[in-house]
Structure formats: C-alpha cells, structure tokens
Design a protein around this ligand. Structure first.
Ligand code: PBG
Ligand code: ZN
Length: 321
C-alpha cells in the first residue's frame, strides 16, 4: 500500500520534503509616492497601505529596510497631470526625485520603476489618446523618455506596464543609446484587463476617465495569447517577464514558466490584497496563514519574483518561523 501520510508525520519531515519555500529574497514591495508636503494618506480600499510624500516616506523606507525586503516598485503620483502625461519624463518629477532620495538613503535597495502614463495623464489612460482611441505608436516615445529619465534618476530596473505593442524594443533602444545598456527591463508581459486593479486606481489616482483598458490589456479568457505576449517581449529584449494578476492566473504563470527559462515575476495585485485584508479584518480567515499560502502558491506555479503589498508582513512572519 502506498502510504502518502508517512512523510507528513512530523514538522521536520514535512520540511524535508517541502518543494516550495518563499523567502524574503523573492518579494517586491510596491510603494506610492505623492507629490506634495507632509502627506501620509491611507488608501481607503487597501488597509495598511498609504500614499506618502517624499519627506514622510522615510518612515516607510525604514520599515522596508528593517523587514529585510530588498526590492521596491515605485509609483509616483504627480500633482500636475496633462493630456500627454508630460510629468512622466520630467527629470525633476515626483518619481525621479524620490528615486534619487531612496538611492541616497538606502543604496542597496533595488528600485524598480513602473513605466506607464496613466498616473500622469489627465484622462487616466496608459497612452496618448486621439478622441477615445488609445494610440499605440505615438505612446512609445513618451514611454522611452520616461524610462531614460527614471534610469538617469537611479532606477535599477525599468518596468513598463502600459501594454503598448513594440514598447520593449523601443525602450531597450532608448536606454542603450543613452548609456543605460546595463539597466534591466522587467516587462509586464501578460497583463490582463482585470477587475482586481480597482483599489490600485484609488492608490495611484489613475482610473481612466472614459472607457476601459480592454483595447490594450489582455482578455482574461486567453492563456495561449499570454505566452505569445511573453515570447514577443523576450524577443524584444525583456530581461524579466511578468504575469499580472497572480492568483486568478496561476495557470498562466505555470504555462509561461514552462515555456521560458527567463525569470518570471507575478504581481499579487491590489484587489487580491484587499480581499484578504477585508476577510482578515472581519476575523473570517487567519491572515498570516492565508497570505503565506497565497505567496507559496504563486511561487509553486513558477514565479520566482513576487510583487506583493503583503511583503513587509510576510517578511516578518518568515522571520518568526
Ligand atoms: C497601470 C498599472 C496598474 C497596476 C500597476 N500599474 C493597473 C491598471 O491597469 O490600472 C495594478 C496594480 C495593482 O492592482 O496592484 N499601468
Ligand atoms: Zn497604466
């Protein structure tokens, strides 16, 4: 008789045969920096998450460093938005300034800069618009300018999240020709048009003012197409590919990681975070247990890099055990 339970008999035996272990090294913590002074504003739909202005962010940076988190993903929220998102490539913009600050205060922290226009455009779309159309090719140049500007400010990794076609090659070329040929690109390759982004849009103040993102982000029904997105981004020069969201797309993470030997990242997005927080705050689930189970599942599916708002909590829990 096969006795599967033999290897489950004790904690040490279980850890001996454990296939997947999440570590702090796997985690990336997203942060929201708002232009202005003395801001620490809770994000209503994301308990525990705040928008900080540059000065106030020091306390959050301390939390990151003390938790032993090694990488953060930075989102800037400018006070001035326009139709073209031109603050995105202002060398003295909110994101550029905070990146310089972070690199000064905590030089070893890997600063990943999100590249997209939606936080910077008055209409909240990720690209340049004409009427109600989101233009592809016209968006590439501002994305490239933004990428170069963020690299110049000190960003360690450039992470385009806009989903325009051809942007990885375009950005790679711009980085190379401006002296940043060693700056890696983490491409949001398989980014789905998801309902799970709503809390983020409160946090980043980036909700589209008309329509939706379905003409550029992927249809949630398509797993095979996700692999094509990754193939394209790799061919265009991406160093790391990403699947987003994570939990409702574990099959896609698996599919993509089976197909490529490139590093695979997964974004455990705002809605996934907020659902867990809401249930935990109601006492309906054990937060630590559920968070660690979710993160382990994302890694088991094939993601070696996990972007998550739970990162600081998870790092402390990992330390406890
Ligand atoms: C926008 C962007 C989004 C997220 C990161 N960058 C969502 C969107 O399409 O509005 C989502 C992150 C999250 O939900 O946590 N380019
Ligand atoms: Zn965007």
């Amino acid at each position: 008789m096969v006795r599967m339970r033999r290897l489950r008999a004790s904690s040490n035996l279980r850890s001996l045969v454990r296939e997947t272990v999440v570590t702090k090294d796997d985690l990336v913590y997203p942060v929201f920096i708002k232009e202005g002074k003395d801001i620490k504003e809770p994000v209503a739909s994301m308990p525990g998450i705040y928008q900080y202005s540059a000065g106030r962010f020091d306390e959050e940076l301390d939390r990151v460093v003390n938790a032993g988190i090694k990488a953060i993903l930075v989102f800037g929220i400018p006070s001035h938005k326009d139709e073209f998102g031109s603050e995105a490539y202002n060398d003295n913009g909110v994101t550029q300034n905070i990146i310089r600050e972070i690199k000064k205060k905590a030089p070893d922290i890997i600063v990943i800069a999100d590249v997209c226009l939606c936080e910077y455009t008055s209409h909240g779309h990720c690209g340049i618009i004409c009427g109600h159309e989101i233009l592809n090719d016209e968006t590439l140049e501002p994305l490239a300018k933004m990428s170069v500007s963020l690299a110049k400010a000190g960003a360690d990794i450039i992470a385009p999240s806009d989903m325009m076609d051809g942007r990885i090659a375009y950005i790679r070329k711009a980085l190379d020709s401006n002296g940043y040929k060693n700056t890696p690109i983490m491409a949001y390759s398989a980014k789905f048009a998801s309902g799970y982004y709503s809390p983020f849009r409160d946090a980043a103040q980036s909700a589209p003012s008309f329509g939706d993102r379905k003409t550029y982000q992927m249809d949630p029904a398509n797993g095979r197409e996700a692999v094509r997105e990754c193939e394209n981004d790799i061919a265009e020069g991406a160093d790391i590919i990403m699947v987003k969201p994570a939990l409702a797309y574990l099959d896609v993470i698996k599919e993509v990681s089976n197909f490529t030997n490139y590093p695979v990242a997964a974004y455990n997005v705002s809605g996934e975070y907020s659902m867990v927080k809401a249930a935990a705050l109601n006492g309906w689930i054990d937060e630590k247990r559920v968070v660690m189970e979710n993160l382990t599942s994302i890694k088991r599916a094939g993601a070696g890099i996990i972007i998550t708002y739970h990162a600081i909590d998870a790092a402390h829990w990992l330390e406890e055990d």
